[in-house]
Design a protein around this ligand. Sequence first.
Ligand code: K7E
Ligand code: CUA
Length: 667
Amino acid sequence: MIKKHLTKILVTVIAVAAIFFFKACGGGGEEKVSLNVGGEDINAVIEDRDLTPEDVLAAVKTFLPTGKYDEYLLFASGGHSGQVLVIGVPSMRLLKVIGVFTPEPWQGWGFSKETKEILHAADYDGQELTWGDTHHPALSETDGDYDGQFLFINDKANARVAVIDLRDFETKQIIKNPLSLSDHGGTMVTPNTEWIIEGGQYGMPWSGEYASLDDYNEKYKGMVTFWKFDREKGRINTEESFAMELPPYWQDITDAGKLVSEGWVFQNSFNTELATGGIEEGNPPFEAGASQRDMDYLHVIHLKKAAELFKAGKTVKINGFNVLTLETSIKEGILYFIPEPKSPHGVDVSPDGNYIVVSGKLDPHATVYSFKKIKDAIDNGKIKEKDPYGVPILDYDAVLEAQVELGLGPLHTQFDPDGYAYTSLFLESAVARWALGGEWTKKNGKEPWKLVDKISIHYNVGHLVTAEGDNIHPDGKYLVSLNKWAIDRFTNVGPLLPQNFQLIDIGNTDGQMQRLYDMPIGIGEPHYAQMIKADKIKAWDVYPEIGWDPGTQSKSPYGVLAGEERVKRTGNTVEVWMSAVRSHYTPERVEVRKGDKVIWHITNVERAKDATHGFTVPGYNFNLSLEPGETQTVEFVADKQGVFPFYCTEFCSALHLEMAGYFLVKP
Ligand code: K7E
Ligand code: CUA
């Protein structure tokens, strides 16, 4: 009945949109069609709100009635928040914020013993890290398509990589890069997620070493790290991972080859000038010093062979980590350079694996290389020269497929199933749709390697993402433009403005792209996002068993069932095994002596979906979130005497306020 009613409203709204279009096109007569819902005239609302036909169409295309689900999920980096945002598309509703590099109180992330261990496993040299600059989320893939199992993301600020399990949307592992304090070309995955790629960024001596900037060319390094992912365990295996030493250019984004180019990795670089700054000493500033040459180098890496060399023991240990030296890589023929126009940023491999699209912010073209030609140039030694470090440089003209003029400041590219590519134009504040060539030409019948449509965005787009747009089977349909500036799009909230995610309909490939929705992001600068078909994600409703430790995704030795709760003192240590259920904790009273060490395990013994409980003890600075079945532990020293009413921090039931107890610390 209700469903019928909602359908009727939707149909009515669509009808209104159609009428508007009809009128706008000058085809209609003047008679007014009245459409009433519950006594309210829809036309009056549209007029009152000053909506255009485009607005009404956009509203109809994005509105989700209550209880309906989105078709896609957008996994967006949370930027400086060190988190991951999960957003429904097309509704653009925020569904979840996943705590990753930053403690997150609601989720209890970084407060329990279990989550603290994960969060701080990758601290640097004794320094607790409590934030991250997240850039590139990467969904795990099987045969080149997202499989909905895992998500990875990097922290550019400290060169870390995190693993998130999409069964419960929680972070399971954080790893610190042992060689560098700076990464950017990560995370990207190979088509079967054997490797998680973490490319470096700013050249530096190996982590922990000092070298004067005068010795930049010799002592500073670039790197790319290949983390081996153990899908069964859902963890990176550091022992089976390795890195490649690179010249101290500033390496940038990477992308993994697929299909024909599987087993290869492509990585941009800039500052091949080896500028070291020092404007205060009369040197050119970085932005000029690093932009002098017309060409930088696209790094072409034969990952498959690199992995074989690593297996064969050709790596050396640096900071305890396996590294293929630059010398070895050159000698073994696993590293090549290709000239790429001026300070490039994005590198994206086409769905068929044939083309590598590079865009440089200082060049109005997308430069497209053919993998076939690259392979041919390598096999037939079409090498023009070597860089100062001895890396062979392939002949630019021999490997170039096309240059497509797009507009000002092209950065990143994604794809659709019809042979179109979509490139962000940062300086122009626009998104360009252009036709790929080769086999793709048959798909859309368009002139190959040509711009076909452009839409302006608001403003300064960095990355963009299309549905499954870097898969081997992109869906197209929707595009989200991740805009850095919002300027006049939202109500003024002070000098720090939100970022702006703009949803764009790209489904009509015969016509034009249409802007649908602006979503403000007020917690950081999300650099990249990936969009996956929502039904690919098979998340749990509740944890599989009572007493579950999400940190290990297995039963916790500290879980209890109802009736097993207890308190045990051993010397100065008091250990509590507590249960939580609507609407009480057992035990409700815990008394210790000042100075005792307290180890407090809590198990949510519920099996009902959404029956989450929280737990906090005032003054002791923690909050836990216990989802049905979950067990978590807090450890602290009872160094403050007094009486501490602990309570459940989730409004779980009618008697939620009564879900409390007393923690007494005797002097
Ligand atoms: Cu901001 Cu990929 Cu880190 Cu481009 S990145 S915009
Ligand atoms: Cu449990 Cu509120």
